[in-house]
Design a binder for this molecule. Sequence first.
Ligand SMILES: [Mg+2]
Length: 256
Amino acid sequence: MSFQSTGKFDLVICDIDGCLSPESHAPINESALSRIAEHNRLAVAHKDRPIVTLCSGRPISFVEAMCRFIHNTTIPCIGENGVWLYDPGANTFEMDPMITAEHLEAVHEASKLLRMKYQADGVTEQPGKSAAVTLYHSDTEYLRSILPEVKRELQDRGWPFRVSMTWFYINCDLDHVNKATGIARLFAQTGIDPARTAAIGDTLADKFMADSVSFFACPANADPEIKKSAAYVSPYDEIEGVLDILQHLDDEHATG
Ligand SMILES: [Mg+2]
């Protein structure tokens, strides 16, 4: 399913944590979220603004739920940092076909190894991931302290992972899969022109999003490093920032 608006942009690809939902596990601002849903309903009805879809490191089931909350009924969203595409129009899930049985075996082995090494110290694995291992600990400083060792352990075994730290998690993602490869699949499936797309993100992992679209923006709470890639930084945090950015994109259109 494709989409074309009469505005400057057809699609806004939005990160979830730190953008549509709080960076912490605090409740989601549902009235602000309903304004995103209203935006998407108007986009479909009037074709005068971009549709908002999602690109997140979260398990795809979480992304699917958010996709339904924001009333995106047509454009695929991306989960697990590019591993999955969920098409809300067809209700289908597709894992990146470049992920082989060997890759999945490496993920399984990495999960086993990291559990053996760190479970006793209170490190847990985020449930629901298919081709990535995400570690969590209530003491973020402790989690940060084991990052170099986690990197080394996986590297020493020759497993193909990119290990990175978000605000609260260590992500071990397959090297050849990221938000950019997910977005490339989305563009290929929908025929949407990258030159008519924007993205919103808040951490360095979102550089893959910034490099895939023609306009990148951040909410105020974003990491200073990723703000360097932004054409616009909202003065507002998280979802209020996203709503402000959508308004800004509208104004961009109005002023040409
Ligand atoms: Mg984020």
